[in-house]
Design a protein. Structure first.
Length: 51
């Protein structure tokens, strides 16, 4: 298996991460944000930190 390279990232970079939260949901965890909302909030916070 050879990785597909698109000229982005760096050596050793993790190209894709997929997390499953099924087990923690079984313990009663309920996420406050969906993935899209979480990314928007993260980007907003990163922008605010650099200003």
């Amino acid at each position: 298996h050879k990785p597909v390279l698109h000229g982005v990232g760096w050596p050793g970079d993790v190209k894709k991460i997929a997390l499953k939260i099924d087990k923690i949901k079984q313990l009663g965890f309920k996420p406050k944000l969906n993935s899209k909302e979480a990314i928007k909030l993260t980007v907003k916070n990163l922008i605010n930190e650099t200003q």
